[in-house]
Design a binder for this molecule. Structure first.
Ligand code: NAD
Length: 276
């Protein structure tokens, strides 16, 4: 059980990944510098971006100008659909490295399982991993059938699957599948973009523990052993979202949140959406 924001999950290749990180999707470029500095000051060392977010450069600038050393940071980026393919993915990775002002990534993910394209892209990730340009490789929005394709066609198993995960989408099947295959589950939109804060169960638990609804939900992630990457541009919320290590939900309260699952998605369903 994680007891501090510095705690880490051990990935299947022995690399340690901080249990909590900071997501930067849709943070406007002009807000990135102040926001990233607020996140560093609050104690975040794990940052989640993607080529698709078009803010890698701003993230790279803010991180490289901070006092925090590169070794203390855990930086994730993702290859977007347009760049899926062996050569194209290798090229996209180089561009992300350049944007992020670093010579290695901690985690590189395939952003979306575009039919017919992801096994070649995965082979490129394997090469990058073997060349030690990235410490861990993984996928995002991959369901069982997509992961099984990778297991069959490739040599290295993904270390992480980043999935939409929040109280109304608890991903029971994928969570069990990832656990069985030693793949770390990471939650995107962990706060459900604020939509479930008024749910009576969350609201009552926030009162019970004298915490905010956001803190209760993020604490649930940690107790489910899911890595979580909330996003905010508000300094108080940025701080609040990492201050989740001074309380513990009872098992009964964890189960109450588990029961809010309605298989309710904010994003597209990777089973039937391919972006083409
Ligand atoms: P989120 O669930 O983290 O919600 C963010 C929103 O919640 C904020 O914009 C703000 O409105 C609100 N919020 C945050 N903290 C709050 C607090 N303490 N109190 C009240 N409101 C608060 O949603 P997200 O940004 O979509 O997801 C988090 C990260 O996941 C992204 O930034 C990105 O890095 C990643 N992501 C990945 C994918 C993918 O396909 N792999 C897709 C979406 C997001």
């Amino acid at each position: 059980m994680a007891i501090s924001s510095n705690d880490k999950y051990l990935l299947n290749n022995g690399v340690e990944m901080p249990v909590i990180g900071f997501g930067v999707y849709k943070i406007e470029n002009e807000l990135m510098n102040d926001t990233i500095h607020a996140a560093l000051n609050a104690g975040y060392r794990h940052f989640d971006t993607a080529a698709f977010y078009q803010n890698e450069q701003e993230l790279g600038k803010a991180l490289s100008e901070s006092d925090v050393s590169r070794e203390e940071l855990f930086i994730t980026s993702k290859v977007w659909n347009d760049d899926l393919g062996y050569e194209a993915t290798l090229k996209a990775f180089d561009k992300s490295l350049q944007n992020l002002r670093t010579d290695y990534l901690d985690l590189y993910l395939i952003h979306w399982p575009v039919e017919g394209k992801y096994t070649d892209a995965w082979k490129a990730l394997e090469k990058l991993y073997e060349e030690e340009k990235v410490r861990a490789i993984g996928v995002s929005n991959f369901h069982k059938q997509h992961l099984e394709d990778i297991f069959e066609a490739c040599r290295i198993k993904p270390m992480v699957d980043q999935l939409e995960y929040h109280p109304q989408l608890a991903q029971k099947e994928m969570k069990a599948f990832c656990e069985d295959n030693n793949i770390q589950l990471e939650a995107w939109a962990p706060l459900g973009r604020g939509r479930y804060f008024d749910d009576p169960v969350i609201h009552n638990l926030a009162n019970k523990y004298d915490k905010t609804p956001a803190q209760v939900i993020l604490r649930w992630d940690i107790q489910k052993e899911v890595s979580t990457i909330p996003k905010s541009i508000t300094p108080e919320r940025i701080q609040q979202n990492i201050d989740i290590f001074d309380f513990e939900l009872t098992q009964q309260d964890v189960t109450m949140i588990d029961q809010l699952d309605q298989d309710n998605r904010l994003g597209k369903n990777p089973d039937n959406f391919s972006f083409d």
